[in-house]
Design a protein around this ligand. Structure first.
Ligand SMILES: *[C@@H]1O[C@H](CO)[C@@H](O)[C@H](O)[C@H]1NC(C)=O
Ligand SMILES: *[C@@H]1O[C@H](CO)[C@@H](O)[C@H](O)[C@H]1NC(C)=O
Ligand SMILES: *[C@@H]1O[C@H](CO)[C@@H](O)[C@H](O)[C@H]1NC(C)=O
Ligand SMILES: *[C@@H]1O[C@H](CO)[C@@H](O)[C@H](O)[C@H]1NC(C)=O
Ligand SMILES: *[C@@H]1O[C@H](CO)[C@@H](O)[C@H](O)[C@H]1NC(C)=O
Ligand SMILES: *[C@@H]1O[C@H](CO)[C@@H](O)[C@H](O)[C@H]1NC(C)=O
Length: 218
């Protein structure tokens, strides 16, 4: 209700009497492949950090390439993790891979040739909602343009998470469960109980223009 009200308000401001007012920002849509960044307000350290392999502070995507010998001959050379639709990972592996949220809030991707997820986990098409942001030309405020861990382009919109029927939701950045020196993304689920995390406003989306698919598998 609120979303459709805001959308129609924005549309009314953009198109006056059926004529597009080009001096106002138009809303984006999610029709292209996209990369993700941490989206936060008033937190310059985390805003704009690229999401690669579902981690922050990681400039380049790491891929699983199953071939021996000259791997760059067989596997794509993308540098960013890319998605399409509702957080569907873009990969070369036959059958693809799926993103899911575990009961404890960890976000994960299925292994190659498997489409099974743990009991109680949510497939990508449960719980995630995307909100469009107006088209803005200027880079993010105070974003370190020369640091490859960041993408300072303004996001086209952002994803947020709330499990079906849950009273809580959100996205956070926390020390990885297995490798505490790595900062990983978490979704706030009813059983999420970490207290050592940074809250994010969501996961920013940015049009992806690199090699597609970028990797054989994540
Ligand atoms: C178009 O947007 C600009 C900038 O907000 C505003 O000044 C102008 O009045 C708008 N034009 C119309 C016809 O609404
Ligand atoms: C998305 O936006 C582009 C350009 O603004 C437009 O051509 C396209 O039709 C839009 N797609 C949808 C699904 O609205
Ligand atoms: C992103 O891609 C869509 C679809 O191709 C296009 O309509 C839109 O203008 C692009 N946005 C930016 C910020 O490049
Ligand atoms: C590996 O394959 C790439 C892409 O075909 C090629 O550019 C490169 O020279 C090869 N490297 C070796 C060591 O054969
Ligand atoms: C990836 O490989 C393609 C084709 O060989 C090449 O044109 C492109 O520059 C490479 N990109 C990167 C990021 O290495
Ligand atoms: C947090 O939840 C996990 C299960 O996801 C449980 O093993 C752990 O004991 C809980 N920790 C606290 C402090 O409640």
């Amino acid at each position: 209700m609120r979303a459709s009200f805001l959308t129609s308000l924005a549309m009314a401001r953009i198109a006056v009497g059926g004529v597009i007012n080009h001096s106002l920002p138009e809303l984006n849509n999610l029709s292209s492949l996209y990369t993700l960044t941490a989206y936060t307000l008033n937190d310059c350290t985390h805003n704009g950090l690229k999401v690669n392999n579902l981690n922050l502070f990681q400039a380049k995507v790491g891929q699983y390439c199953p071939f021996t010998g000259n791997q760059s001959y067989f596997c794509p050379n993308g540098t960013d993790m890319a998605f399409g639709g509702t957080l569907t990972p873009i990969v070369l592996v036959p059958g693809g891979q799926d993103l899911y949220v575990n009961v404890d809030g960890t976000i994960a991707i299925t292994v190659q040739h498997s489409h099974s997820i743990p009991p109680g986990a949510w497939w990508n098409y449960y719980g995630w909602t995307w909100t469009a942001l107006p088209v803005i030309q200027s880079p993010l405020h105070d974003c370190p343009l020369n640091n490859p861990e960041y993408n300072c382009e303004p996001p086209t919109g952002f994803w947020n998470f709330q499990a079906p029927n849950a009273m809580v939701g959100g996205v956070k950045a926390c020390p990885n469960k297995y490798q505490p020196s790595v900062t990983s993304l978490y979704a706030v689920t009813p059983d999420f109980n970490r207290t050592d995390c940074i809250g994010l406003a969501g996961l920013g989306t940015h049009n992806y223009t690199g090699p597609s698919p970028p990797v054989w598998a994540y």
